[in-house]
Design a protein around this ligand. Structure first.
Ligand SMILES: Cc1cc2nc3c(=O)[nH]c(=O)nc-3n(C[C@H](O)[C@H](O)[C@H](O)COP(=O)(O)OP(=O)(O)OC[C@H]3O[C@@H](n4cnc5c(N)ncnc54)[C@H](O)[C@@H]3O)c2cc1C
Length: 484
């Protein structure tokens, strides 16, 4: 038996359902020496269409190198193939199957519309040669459809989803499987030298971005997970809203690219316990992982979200009234609101932003600048090292009040009081905006009120929050009235 494992957003060997199933199949077959081949397809045009950030592209390529070494230890050769877009994957995989006499293709399922379409095309193409394409549920603890209401529908409110998830979850059945190295693999011995194709090296070599602060070797990732679970999870509920404290796990790029599985995270957190035995900090962190799953299920059941639609239909009537010239100020962090500007500098310089700040800047774009949330969603994807369609779309629609179980439209974050709450001494702001280092704590989130504001090299606010709040409420109200 010879199989092919197609890696996509599951760039790991431990607890990778498709990989482990393919290896099992080969090992238990009559001709285990035929072995298996691993494949990753680099799709530059698709990356561009999806707005995948250069940092994320770089991280993927760096990870592929580490993955190839880990796979080699299992005696599996990783092939990297470049095709422009998803449409070409079917022909490529069929051709590889013919060339290497592959009898079955294994992969883990994705849930976005284009990815589902890609997999349907590949399945069709393989069917012509009678080659089964086996897709596994791997990204979530429960695949979409695994958590439904009593009426058999998907949940549209998070808390009952979470309760149902917790009811169904059985810690005893949470298994994190480690692959056992193949003893024989003809394909590995034939092709075992790994080299990145020339067209792929350029993604790694991009000089305008740097993803080096995100290690890519598995021991380092497991170390980060362990460190968080043992030392920080206990205090997560207190620290998670304070951006100057390194109190969250910062595992999001690894979960987004599947360098770690959600099961690994939960198993490490539980450490042999049941969810009821977790303390408040740990329970709060588990709830965030369940939010991740909530949004994964949502895009599966609401494919319109992948096509740019609002979740709430009445929001289609919103007439965004902002001045598009303000977008560049938001992107560059020159709005005159320190917490917004510092957060955007963090995003632009590192590709990562603290969750509380993502909420603040997203609210600011939609409710202070009155600009369509989709501009922000796109910009985030272009910058984030952890860009994940479901979480990003969910976060943006939550903040702009157009989403599923979103913040009500009449709740408008005040960027000054939000800053005062999450960064009372202005530590975070001063770090990212050194030009404000001399501003007293009292004015750090509203420097324009300080007597010496004129001496600072920092802009006056581009909009007045109070005025914009009233305009936002009016804008949303009109859309709601237009619904009928
Ligand atoms: C506007 C906006 C855009 C966002 N875009 C993304 C994105 O592109 N990719 C992304 O992974 N997260 C996104 N989030 C969710 C969240 O901000 C990040 O997951 C989190 O900040 C990552 O940091 P962490 O790993 O330290 O998270 P932790 O607080 O340690 O949480 C652990 C993990 O749970 C998941 N998670 C946490 N919060 C959420 C959430 N609200 N929704 C879904 N999953 C969550 C992530 O995988 C995260 O790594 C977005 C949130 C908002 C408000």
């Amino acid at each position: 038996m010879r199989t092919l494992v197609w890696f996509r957003r599951d760039l790991r060997t431990i607890d990778n359902t498709a990989l482990i199933r393919a290896m099992d199949k080969v090992a238990s077959s009559e001709a285990p020496d035929k072995g298996l081949i691993a494949l990753f397809t680099v799709t530059p045009k698709q990356w561009q269409e999806h707005g995948v950030s250069e940092r994320r592209q770089q991280l993927v390529v760096r990870r592929l190198e580490a993955l190839s070494t880990e796979l080699a230890q299992l005696r599996i050769h990783l092939r990297i193939e470049v095709v422009d877009s998803y449409q070409e994957c079917g022909a490529l995989i069929s051709e590889l199957c013919t060339r290497f006499a592959i009898e079955q293709v294994f992969a883990n399922a994705d849930y976005e519309v284009n990815e589902l379409r890609r997999d349907a095309l590949v399945k069709c193409s393989l069917e012509r040669s009678d080659i089964p394409f086996s897709l596994y549920s791997d990204k979530c603890v429960f695949a979409p459809g695994g958590i439904l209401t009593k009426q058999g529908r998907h949940f549209k409110v998070f808390t009952p989803f979470k309760n149902s998830w917790l009811q169904r979850f059985d810690a005893a059945r949470l298994v994190v499987r480690k692959p056992v190295a193949l003893t024989l693999n003809a394909l590995f011995y034939a092709e075992h030298t790994f080299e990145l194709p020339r067209e792929v090296k350029k993604f790694k070599a991009a000089t305008n971005v740097n993803s080096d602060c995100w290690p890519v070797d598995t021991p380092a990732l497991l170390g980060a997970l362990r460190l968080f679970s043992l030392q920080k999870a206990n205090f997560y509920h207190d620290n998670r809203d304070v951006p100057s404290v390194n109190g969250t796990s910062q595992l999001s790029p690894y979960l987004a690219l599947g360098m770690l599985s959600v099961r690994q995270c939960i198993a490490r957190l539980l450490n042999g316990r049941n969810p009821e035995q977790l303390n408040l900090g740990e329970q709060t962190w588990l709830a965030e992982l369940i939010w991740r799953e909530f949004y994964q299920h949502l895009i599966y059941f609401q494919p319109k979200l992948c096509k740019g639609a609002n979740f709430l239909v009445w929001c289609d009537h919103i007439r965004w009234q902002g001045d598009i010239a303000h977008l560049i100020h938001w992107q560059q962090g020159t709005t005159g609101y320190p917490i917004v500007d510092a957060a955007m500098k963090q995003l632009n310089q590192t590709g990562w932003m603290h969750n509380r700040l993502r909420m603040i800047v997203a609210s600011f774009l939609s409710k202070d600048l009155l600009l369509d949330w989709r501009y922000g969603e796109r910009y985030f994807m272009n910058q984030l090292v952890d860009g994940d369609f479901a979480a990003n779309n969910g976060g943006w629609q939550w903040s702009a009040s157009t989403g599923c179980d979103a913040q009500p439209y009449f709740r408008v974050f005040n960027p000054v009081t939000q800053g005062q709450k999450c960064d009372p001494q202005g530590e975070f702001v001063r770090h990212w905006l050194p030009e404000l280092s001399s501003v007293p704590d009292k004015y750090i989130h509203c420097p324009w009120l300080w007597d010496e504001f004129a001496s600072l090299d920092y802009p006056f606010p581009i909009v007045d929050h109070k005025t914009q709040r009233v305009r936002a409420l009016q804008m949303y109200k009109e859309a709601k009235n237009n619904e009928c």
